[in-house]
Design a protein around this ligand. Sequence first.
Ligand code: PBG
Length: 328
Amino acid sequence: MNLPIRPRRNRQSSSIRGLVRETQLRPEDLIYPLFLHEEEQNDAIESMPGCHRWSLDGLVEEVGRAKEVGVRSVVLFPKIEEALKSPRGEECFSPDGLVPRAIIAIKQAHPEVAVITDVALDPYNSDGHDGIVEKGEDGELRILNDKTVEILCRQAVCHAEAGADIVSPSDMMDGRVGAIRSSLDEASHEAVSILSYTAKYASAYYGPFRGALDSAPKAGDKKTYQMDPANAREALREAELDVAEGADMIMVKPAGPYLDILTRLRDRIDLPLAAYQVSGEYLMIKSAAKDGWIDEEKVVLESLTAIKRAGADMILTYFAKDVAKRLG
Ligand code: PBG
C-alpha cells in the first residue's frame, strides 16, 4: 500500500508509546476517601469489599500507608452513632465530634497530608438527608435550603478550627459556597480552601456508600437538590455560580458515567477540576474482578486514566492507595 501516513508508527514500542502518551496518572492526583467510626476496631465494609470503617488509630495508620505510596490527600466520611443524630444534625459542628478529632489526629501524625472534609448533614441528620427536612401539610418532604446553609457554615468552620485544609460541601444547597467562604473568612480561616461538589447528580451509584455509613434517606429521595442525570448545561450553570461564590476547586460526581460533564467543565471553567469515582463504580469493578471476569488492575488504571483524559485534574477514588502503589 502507498500509505505515507501510518498512525501505527507511534504505537510500535513501549518507549515510543511512552513518548506520545497524552495523559499521565500520578499518585499525587489521587484523593483517598476514608470512612471512620467511633469504635476501637476496624470493620470491613460489606457493601464495599476492601474498604473499612476505621477507628481513629486505624485511620491514622491507613493515612500513613497511603502517604508511603505517594497519596497525599484524604477525604473523611464519618459513621455517626444513631443516638447523636437529630433533625438539624447539630452534632456536625461539635468541636469534640468524630471528624474534628480525626483531623487533629491525622495532622499530628502526618502534617503534610492534605485533609479534606465532607460538608453535608446526611451522616448526622436523623432523616438521612443532606439538609434539614420539613414535612409540609400535604405530607411532602421539603429540604430547607437557607436553614441548612447556616448549619453547613458552622460545620465548615468547625472543621477548619480542627485543622482541615479543604472543606468540601457535598450537599448541593444553593448559595452554600459563598456563605461558607464568608463564614470561614470571618473566623480568620481565609487559608482554608473550598472544593465544591459542583455537579453532583442524583445517582443510583451511591448505594454502597450509603450502606457503609447507614446514611440512606429515611423517606423520599435527593432529587430536589442533587442534579438530574439527564442534564449537562445545568452543570455549567452550577459551575459559574461556584466560581462567582469563591470556590477554589470544583467537582463532578459520579465520574465514569459523566465524562462528558468533565470535558464541558474543563473547556469552559478554569478552576481545578476534581472527579469522584463513587462507591457504585468501585463495587462494579470489584465484583466483576472477583470471579475473574475482568482484570481488576488493568480496568482500574483504564477507568482512572479515562477520567483524567476527560479533563479531571484530581480524582477521588477508593482505589487510590492500591493504584498509587503500582504507579510508583
Ligand atoms: C453525601 C455523600 C454521598 C457520597 C459522598 N457524600 C452520598 C449521597 O449523596 O447520598 C457518595 C460517595 C460514594 O458513593 O462513593 N453527602
